[in-house]
Design a protein around this ligand. Structure first.
Ligand code: DHB
Ligand code: FE
Length: 284
């Protein structure tokens, strides 16, 4: 992936766009369904225009901004921050799932991160150790609590400066990324960095958008996870931290109370926490 030499929204944004474009996307949406969705979408937009009596100047600013987001490669970023949480919620509820709650994927997942054993330390650099370390242990089970042998726990997180490997320059390819293979009982113990609050890239048009309404670009500290097992429904989720800021006003609206951890400091100065994942059966 091409990225500029200094971390920036432009770099992270265009890297996220390149990654997205390399995936094939399609949906088996019928013309009838497309018609229903588009009519509702356009009339919802129309209602907003009428309600707020949007001016021609405002309309032109929107047009320019839409052009800027595209040219800046920030559509994956903007959509994942402001829209994905609705899509995630509707698709979790659609199947009546009762296992671990999902959360948004965001733009920075990379498949096929190198496999790591069930007791492991995430790949990190010497300089990453300026952050506190977290020992995150748990078990992947089915809904009845039976351990799922060899489940995969894919984890990716930002470094203490707020950057994700492969989307910002100068970071080793798989830094803070890995596919942890759980033991015969679904167990795992992962040593990683205790994440810090994170600002989505805000030096481009997404930042201008947030600025325009007096918002902030912060997400609470989080770990990204994709937990899967061949016979079960894989779940994309995030875990958050009790004491952190922005839990109540995440720019991406992706926090759920079930996903908030409360780590405790051990005698050795490391933070410790346990969290178990339960996977639903695959939907019909
Ligand atoms: C974005 C970045 C994240 O790390 C995340 O968790 C969600 C969204 C973003 O920049 O769009
Ligand atoms: Fe993130």
């Amino acid at each position: 992936m091409e990225v500029d030499d200094k971390p920036s929204a432009k770099g992270s944004g265009s890297a996220a766009t390149d990654k997205f474009k390399s995936e094939r996307v399609s949906a088996d949406t019928s013309k009838e369904r497309a018609s229903a969705v588009y009519q509702d979408l356009l009339s919802a937009v129309g209602e907003v225009v009428k309600k707020h009596e949007v001016t021609y100047d405002e309309y032109d600013v929107v047009k320019q901004w839409v052009i800027d987001v595209g040219e800046g490669g920030e559509w994956p970023l903007w959509l994942d921050v402001f829209i994905e949480h609705y899509v995630e919620e509707v698709n979790y509820n659609r199947h009546g799932f009762s296992g671990t709650k999902g959360s948004i994927e965001g733009p920075y997942y990379v498949p096929e991160a190198p496999k790591l054993p069930s007791v492991t330390k995430m790949p990190m650099r010497e300089k990453d150790l300026s952050a506190k370390q977290l020992v995150f242990s748990g078990q992947v089970t089915d809904l009845e609590g039976k351990g799922l042998s060899g489940a995969h726990v894919e984890m990716w997180s930002n470094d203490a400066e707020g950057y994700y490997s492969q989307f910002a320059p100068g970071i080793p390819e798989w830094n803070l990324r890995g596919t942890i293979v759980a033991d015969d009982n679904g167990g795992f113990s992962i040593t990683t960095l205790l994440p810090v609050p994170y600002r989505i890239p805000h030096d481009g048009p997404t930042g201008a958008f947030i600025e325009s309404y007096g918002g902030h670009p912060w997400r609470p500290a989080h770990l990204h996870l994709l937990v899967s097992h061949p016979q079960h429904n894989g779940i994309i989720t995030q875990l958050y931290f009790n004491e952190g800021e922005y839990l109540g006003n995440d720019v991406a609206s992706a926090v759920k109370p079930e996903l908030v951890l409360d780590p405790k400091e051990g005698d050795d100065g490391l933070q410790y926490v346990t969290y178990n994942f339960s996977l639903d059966p695959k939907p019909e």
